[in-house]
Ligand binder design. Structure first.
Ligand code: ADP
Ligand code: ASP
Ligand code: MG
Length: 445
C-alpha cells in the first residue's frame, strides 16, 4: 500500500479536490491511504474563531464559524452537484459541534490547549468528509487510530497506534479503492481529541505509513519537492531530486515548512522512502528522500528559522570547573526548554532557545551560578549537506557570502551535515539569499 498526503493548498477548492481525486484514482492499484489536511486557511480560521470566543467576542467567532461551514457546504455541493444527504448530515453535525465548542469557550472565556485541539480537529474532519463523499471512498476517523498522549497542542504518538492501524485501517485497504482519513488529529486512550501540532499532517502520513509498512509515503503539496531554499525568500531555488533522511530532518528542523520536523523519523525507522510532489504538476519534478544518497554536492539546501533568543551564560568559575554544563542543562531540562544550537568558549556558553521560552524563569535559575546575557530577535540560518564535512572550502565560501552581515554565533552540528549561523532576525533573508548565490547558485537540478 501507499500513503498519499495532501496539504491544505491541495484541497483549497473544487478544482483542487478534483485533481486530488484523479491522482488518488490513478493510484488505486497501489491500495492508497489518503491522509488529508484541512482545506487552505481553515485551521488558521478555527484558531482565529477560538481566540475571538476566548476574548469574549462570540459574535465574531460565530460569524467565522458560519463562513467556514458555508464554504465547506458550497464545496461539497459543487463537487456532488447538489446537496447529498449523508454529506449534509455530516457537515451539520460538525457545525453543531463547533458551535457548542465556541460557545463554551466564549462562556468561560478560557481556551485551553485541550479545547483548541477539539476545535482545530473540525477542519480535517470537514475536508475528509467532502473528499470521501466525492470519491465514494471509505472514511475513517483518525482519532480511532492515531493514539497520542495527552500533551494537547503537540500530542506525542504512542506505540499502540501500530496495532490500531493494523486492526482498523489495514482490513479496509486494498486495490481498486481508497481509504480517506485525517492528518494532524488524534486522540488519547480516553478518547480526548488531540493534535500533533501545526503542520502535523505530514507527520500523520509518516506514522500511518510506518505502521502499515507502506511502500511509499507521498507528500503532495504546492511545490515540486523540497527546494534548495524557501522559494518565498529565494525565487531561483530549485527542486532537489534526492535528499537523505538526515538532510531532510535537518532542513525540516531548521524551518523548511514543506515538511513537518518529525515526519522523517517513522519513515527512517522502517526504511520507507518519502517523496514530495506537486499536486498540480504530478508529472513534474519531485524529491525522493531515502536513507542512502550518494551525490557530489557539498551543500544541498538552506533553511532558516526565527525569531529565536540567544542566551549567553558566563561564569568566571567555569574555567576548569567540571559540572558547570550539567548544572546549566539541568535548568533547561527543569523548565522543559529545548536548546537548538550551542557554542562554547572558555568561560561562557551561548545557546539558542525559542522566542517564547520562559526567559524570566530561566534567567532567575541561571543567575544563581552565572551571569546571563540575552539577545532577542535572532534567526538561525542552516547550511545543510551530506558532504559538507568532506568539502574543504565551503566554510570559507559561506563566510565570504556573509561578509557584510554580522554573524553572532556559529555551530557545526555533531552529525557534520549542518553548519548553522545565527544572525539578527532582520538579516536572515539577506543571509539566505547571499549564501544561496554563493553555495548553490541558480542552476542546480
Ligand atoms: P501543505 O499545505 O501542502 O502542507 P505547506 O505550506 O505546509 O504545504 O508547505 C509547503 C510550502 O513550504 C511551500 O509552498 C513553500 O513556500 C514552503 N517552503 C519553505 N521552505 C521550503 C523548501 N526548502 N522547499 C520547498 N518548500 C519550502
Ligand atoms: N491543518 C493543520 C495545520 O494547518 C495541519 C496541516 O496542515 O498539516 O496546521
Ligand atoms: Mg504543511
Amino acid at each position: 500500500m501507499i500513503v498519499m498526503k495532501f496539504g491544505g493548498s491541495s484541497v483549497a477548492d473544487a478544482a483542487c479536490m478534483r485533481e486530488v481525486a484523479a491522482l488518488v484514482r490513478d493510484a488505486y492499484p497501489r491500495s492508497p491511504l489518503v491522509v488529508l489536511s484541512a482545506t487552505a486557511k481553515t485551521t488558521d480560521q478555527l484558531f482565529a474563531a477560538a481566540t475571538k470566543a476566548e476574548a469574549g467576542d462570540l459574535a465574531t467567532a460565530l460569524a467565522l464559524h458560519a463562513a467556514l461551514i458555508q464554504r465547506h457546504r458550497d464545496l461539497g455541493r459543487e463537487l456532488l452537484e447538489g446537496p447529498e444527504p449523508a454529506l449534509e448530515a455530516a457537515i451539520d453535525e460538525l457545525a453543531g459541534e463547533l458551535d457548542l465548542l465556541l460557545r463554551g469557550v466564549g462562556l468561560l472565556k478560557e481556551l485551553s490547549p485541550r479545547s483548541m485541539d477539539a476545535i482545530a480537529s473540525v477542519g480535517e474532519r470537514l475536508s475528509t468528509r467532502i473528499l470521501a463523499a466525492f470519491m465514494g471512498a471509505v472514511w475513517v476517523d483518525a482519532r480511532t487510530v492515531m493514539r497520542t498522549d495527552a500533551t494537547f497542542g503537540t500530542g506525542r504518538p504512542l506505540p499502540e497506534l501500530d496495532a490500531l492501524a493494523a486492526a482498523i485501517l489495514a482490513p479496509l485497504l486494498g486495490p481498486g479503492k481508497a481509504v480517506v482519513t485525517q492528518g494532524y488529529i488524534g486522540a488519547t486512550a480516553q478518547g480526548l481529541t488531540t493534535t500533533l501540532g501545526r503542520g502535523g499532517s505530514d507527520y500523520s502520513a509518516a506514522l500511518f505509513g510506518a505502521a502499515l509498512g507502506a511502500e511509499d509515503i507521498q507528500i503532495w503539496t504546492d511545490v515540486e519537492g523540497v527546494l534548495t531554499s524557501d522559494p518565498r525568500v529565494v525565487p531561483e531555488a530549485q527542486p532537489i531530486p534526492e535528499l537523505s533522511f538526515a538532510e531532510a530532518a535537518e532542513l525540516a528542523a531548521f524551518g523548511a515548512k514543506v515538511l513537518h520536523p518529525a515526519t522523517i523519523q517513522p519513515a527512517v525507522e522502517k526504511g520507507i522512502p518519502v517523496t514530495v510532489r506537486h499536486t498540480r504538476r504530478p508529472q513534474g519534478r519531485f524529491t525522493t528522500i531515502t536513507g542512502h544518497v550518494q551525490t557530489g554536492r557539498p551543500v544541498t539546501a538552506l533553511a532558516h528559522r526565527g525569531p529565536v533568543t540567544v542566551l549567553t551564560v558566563a561564569s568566571a568559575r567555569m574555567l576548569n570547573q567540571s559540572g558547570f554544563l550539567a548544572k546549566l542543562f539541568d535548568v533547561f531540562a527543569r523548565h522543559k526548554v529545548s536548546v537548538d544550537l550551542i557554542a562554547t568558549a572558555e568561560v561562557s556558553v551561548s545557546l539558542t532557545v525559542e522566542a517564547d521560552a520562559p526567559l524570566d524563569e530561566l534567567i532567575a535559575d541561571l543567575s544563581e551560578f552565572a551571569t546571563v546575557g540575552v539577545a532577542r530577535d535572532r534567526a538561525i540560518v542552516a547550511i545543510v549537506g551530506e558532504r559538507l564535512k568532506h568539502t574543504p572550502g565551503v566554510t570559507g565560501q559561506a563566510f565570504g557570502a556573509m561578509r557584510d552581515i554580522n554573524v553572532e554565533m556559529i555551530s557545526m552540528g555533531a552529525n557534520e551535515i549542518n553548519l548553522s549561523i545565527v544572525v539578527v532576525a532582520e538579516d536572515a533573508r539577506k543571509a539566505v539569499r547571499n549564501l544561496h548565490q554563493a553555495l548553490i547558485g541558480g542552476g542546480q537540478s
